[in-house]
Design a binder for this molecule. Structure first.
Ligand SMILES: Cc1cc2nc3c(=O)[nH]c(=O)nc-3n(C[C@H](O)[C@H](O)[C@H](O)COP(=O)(O)OP(=O)(O)OC[C@H]3O[C@@H](n4cnc5c(N)ncnc54)[C@H](O)[C@@H]3O)c2cc1C
Length: 316
């Protein structure tokens, strides 16, 4: 397959701007390319790693010893109140198209750089009480388990088994999201635009400008905190700190006094403590070091275990 490149730097494909090269790299636009790439990898006995917009990943400094498949099927078609989207389509482009047709549902994503529809569905991305699970009608998925027949199949919303930042696609690394149909809600265009603007303004105020990968850790539920850190839980309840039944991990990290903590080129953002920023020359090792440090300190202070929302690619 002649479209496959060798030794391609991946840092520029991520919003963190961090990471070594892909051993092999291919950009995929259609189903034939997809079959060809997976057959090529199977013949060469190379693992396959999927990359969307790279806005929620940390790539190893040593790169990824695999065929990295960058999804470039970016078509978006509007049919009535449904958006038919390729997995490689920009979430922000889908939102813009929806708004220009007075359709609501994706405004929460305004201002997220780079994210694709496929990546957003896999992690059931969301914010401010909204997420992808409320929009997805169907997903066309490609199954590529090694030694098994490669095939496409359609998943209903229920089949996707969405949960908080979770889906069947995240649980099953042999499932690639290829296309999806999002059912949007008809609304008042001025109201939709207003909410979109408010979201953008909120992100501008609360989120850092330096390269980052969004929230590093998943938020915690109050019941988890009650079990392990009753004193903190009662403070949270008395001060009304929960949002949609979750406690923002940014608040916990800030309360642990870690805002601004840095290791090498990695720093806990001063704007939002659940973001780590790349101050210019951060390595993946710096980011990992800071993540471990935050986890250790939060465990020591509050007896709470944090779980990463970001995905690690290329680490052994
Ligand atoms: C400034 C900023 C703000 C953010 N705000 C939010 C927010 O408010 N809410 C939120 O939920 N997230 C947020 N994020 C994180 C991120 O944008 C989302 O999680 C996004 O959905 C990731 O999509 P992606 O295409 O970039 O996926 P990637 O980062 O490329 O990939 C993430 C994971 O999904 C896998 N993957 C990607 N595409 C596919 C596919 N088609 N099929 C199978 N697997 C796939 C990858 O292998 C990887 O494991 C933010 C990020 C940034 C940088």
């Amino acid at each position: 397959m002649d479209k496959i490149q060798h030794n391609v730097s991946l840092a520029e494909y991520t919003t963190f701007h961090i990471g070594g090269p892909a051993k092999y790299f291919v950009a995929i636009k259609n189903k034939q390319d997809l079959f060809d790439a997976f057959n090529w990898a199977e013949n060469k006995n190379e693992p396959v790693v999927i990359l969307g917009g790279g806005s929620n990943v940390l790539i190893s400094d040593d790169g990824v010893e695999a065929l990295v498949v960058k999804l470039g099927n970016s078509r978006i078609a509007l049919k009535g109140d449904r958006l038919h989207c390729g997995a490689g389509a920009d979430l922000s482009r889908a939102n813009t198209l929806a708004i220009s047709n007075a359709l609501s549902g994706l405004e929460w994503s305004a201002g997220i750089p780079g994210a694709t529809i496929g990546g957003a569905i896999r992690g059931n991305a969301g914010a401010f009480g909204w997420d992808m699970s409320g929009l997805v009608e169907t997903v066309e998925s490609f199954f590529y388990g090694s030694g098994k027949q490669k095939s496409f199949s359609t998943y209903s919303n229920r089949d996707c088994q969405f949960g908080y930042r979770a889906s069947i696609f995240k649980e099953n690394p042999d499932l690639l999201i290829w296309e999806a149909v999002l059912k949007m809600r008809k609304g008042n265009q001025e109201e939709i635009k207003k909410y979109n603007r408010q979201t953008l303004n909120k992100r501008c105020e609360d989120q850092p400008n330096l390269p980052n990968a969004g929230c590093i850790f998943k938020n915690l539920s109050l019941s988890d905190i009650e079990k392990n850190s009753p004193k903190l839980a009662s403070y949270i309840k008395n001060n009304n700190i929960t949002k949609n039944d979750k406690v923002a991990v940014g608040w916990i990290i800030e309360t642990a006094g870690l805002k601004g903590k840095s290791i090498g080129g990695a720093k806990v953002s001063l704007e939002h403590a659940n973001f780590i920023v790349n101050r210019g020359k951060a390595t993946a090792l710096d980011i990992i070091g800071l993540i471990s440090y935050i986890k250790k300190e939060v465990s020591k202070r509050f007896n709470l275990e944090l779980e990463e929302e970001i995905h690690y690619l290329g680490f052994k």
